[in-house]
Design a binder for this molecule. Structure first.
Ligand SMILES: Nc1ncnc2c1ncn2[C@@H]1O[C@H](COP(=O)(O)OP(=O)(O)OP(=O)(O)O)[C@@H](O)[C@H]1O
Ligand SMILES: C[C@H](N)[C@H](N)CCCCCC(=O)O
Ligand SMILES: [Mg+2]
Length: 223
């Protein structure tokens, strides 16, 4: 069964691409041929920079991906830097249009990292939100959250959305060197509630292994 990780975040600019690249590195070091996919990228004036960043990183570990073009990695590209619904003026998007692209990438890898656009409740069209994508792809979600004041609320809301949707998921905090006060203002509650938390920079190898375990469990349940 395919191994798919859907990387989402509490919002845009939180670190989905940053984290995806660390996951590519960690999974590659575990011996996996890693592929990447960005089904929809908005804000593409001339070049899909997000998709390219993912592609170049994956290519450096998995040269087999060199037969692909950037259009294979980023299926739908829109100039307006906005939710797909807005960038595509509310037109319907047929999710089946992603299947051929993903199959081509998966023929060249053992596991694929799929990056969403923005957060989980970003509208794609009238019928679909970003949170519907991991179910469509049968992927395990990795939620990236931040370490600024407000991260408790943002994290719990996104986790509630994943739990309500009964989607298998893990999550981690993307703390930046200029984040101030996280350990005194937010971490105490997160530790109290969850026992321990993953921090992406420190724990990426543990996260990669936990994602592989979660994928195996999820695939067994689906079999
Ligand atoms: N831990 C970090 N330390 C330093 N810089 C970071 C860190 N995480 C992310 N960044 C930087 O912050 C910016 C936003 O991160 P990134 O592009 O990964 O966000 P994103 O969630 O993928 O955004 P989008 O919704 O546009 O796809 C980038 O310039 C990235 O290099
Ligand atoms: C252009 C940007 N970097 C992302 N690709 C799209 C973010 C859409 C966010 C929409 C919203 O939540 O209001
Ligand atoms: Mg990104």
């Amino acid at each position: 069964m395919s191994k798919r990780i859907f990387v989402s975040a509490t919002n845009t600019d939180i670190g989905k691409t940053y984290t995806s690249k660390l996951l590519i590195d960690a999974l590659s070091r575990l011996g996996y041929r890693v592929g990447v996919y960005k089904p929809i990228e908005t804000g593409v004036m001339t070049h899909p920079y997000d998709g390219d960043e993912l592609y170049q990183c994956a290519l450096s570990f998995n040269p087999g991906l060199s037969v692909l073009s950037l259009d294979d990695i980023v299926t739908l590209q829109f100039p307006l830097p906005a939710a797909p619904f807005v960038a595509n003026e509310g037109r319907a998007i047929d999710l089946a249009s992603f299947d051929t692209a993903l199959a081509k990438i998966e023929s060249l890898c053992d596991i694929v990292i799929i990056e969403g656009a923005g957060g989980l409740m970003v509208p794609i069209d009238e019928q679909t939100m970003m949170i519907d994508i991991p179910r469509y792809f049968n992927a395990v979600t990795f939620l990236v959250t931040h370490c600024n004041l407000g991260c408790i609320n943002d994290t719990l809301l996104s986790l509630k959305a994943l739990e309500d949707a009964k989607l298998p998921h893990l999550w981690g905090l993307n703390c930046r060197s200029n984040d101030k006060g996280f350990e005194t203002t937010s971490l105490p509650y997160l530790n109290h509630r969850f026992g321990s938390v993953y921090q992406i920079d420190k724990d990426i190898d543990t996260i990669a292994k936990a994602l592989l375990d979660t994928i195996s469990l999820h695939n067994e349940e689906k079999a």
